[in-house]
Design a protein around this ligand. Sequence first.
Ligand code: PEP
Length: 254
Amino acid sequence: MVSRKPLVAGNWKMNLDVEGARTLAREVLDRVSRFRGVEVAVCPPFVLIPEVVRVMEGSAVGVGGQDVSTEVKGAFTGEISGDQLVSVGCRYAIVGHSERRQYHFESDELISAKVKRALAVGLTPIFCVGERKDERVAGRTFERVERQVTVGLAGLDAAAMASVVVAYEPVWAIGTGDVATPAQAQEVHEFIRGLLVRMFGQETAAATRILYGGSVTAENAGELMGQSDVDGALVGGASLKSASFGAIVEAAGV
Ligand code: PEP
């Protein structure tokens, strides 16, 4: 039986200034460093990454970008490359977050290119999938998630997949307080793992971490992460307070 080290990643989105980021990073470090059995990462806005990396230096807490460009370098105004993220100390990149899909019209194909770019520079992509409310109501959750997973991870082999983390984030649960029930999360996580078995084989699928994201709090984290196919959490709102983020990390293990 494969044991998967839980990962709890905080997505700070477009919040905080340099002072606030430094303070939060210090507090997070203080609260989470004793939990050796959990991998912890924070994903600040791009401009705040160097400051947060400085705070986390020498610790086990990783830092990630909230996105990565499909391009290597050059005339792509406003974009940030994978190499640039690595050069400032990032180890992760969130890819395909629903806010990128929704507000920046990112397609499954574009997201697939971002996953590949992240892997090419040695970043761990945290690859997000999840259905909208109307899709769930229409009974199309599995169909939607299947397309996102099969297109988003197309062209990867098992060796590359070993460096990918998947995050199931139902769009209706993100930032709404309308968290998925543990059973709803487990059902989709199990489905995703089944897709990974088909695409990459049993061994790789069993080793892949699938995080749940969407209104995770200190109160609900334990039960969600207690499900057999839920291997950690991608946390938005509750990652902006060290007490709640620390409690979620604690709920993930020791
Ligand atoms: C997210 O944006 O990835 C997220 C899960 O947000 P929240 O925890 O605020 O729902």
